[in-house]
Design a protein around this ligand. Structure first.
Ligand code: SF4
Ligand code: SF4
Length: 85
């Protein structure tokens, strides 16, 4: 998704926070709570032989932090990233 597709408020969040969600794959239970609750739909789920895990497309994450609240296993963190915004 392009920057033009997101709202002004979301663009402000992107510029202000400069953070992106990161999921620890080794701790992820694959429950999809984050996947189902990311309004930007930038969390993907990958199946594996032990059930699966989720990961974030950091290019499109706006760092809103909503997924952190949804994770019952506390395996999502917000990390500072370098952006050009
Ligand atoms: S921080 Fe927000 S946009 Fe980024 S993955 Fe989590 S819920 Fe989605
Ligand atoms: S909510 Fe947490 S445990 Fe569940 S899939 Fe997302 S990162 Fe994994």
């Amino acid at each position: 998704m392009l920057m033009d597709d997101i709202t002004t408020q979301e663009q402000t969040i992107v510029k202000k926070k400069k953070k992106r969600a990161f999921i620890s794959a080794k701790d992820c239970l694959g429950c999809k709570n984050c996947y189902l609750n990311c309004r930007r739909k930038v969390i993907k789920h990958k199946k594996s032989f032990i059930g699966g895990y989720c990961f974030v497309n950091e290019e499109e994450c706006i760092g809103c932090g909503n997924c952190l609240k949804m994770c019952l296993n506390n395996c999502i963190t917000l990390r500072e990233v370098n952006t050009n915004n």
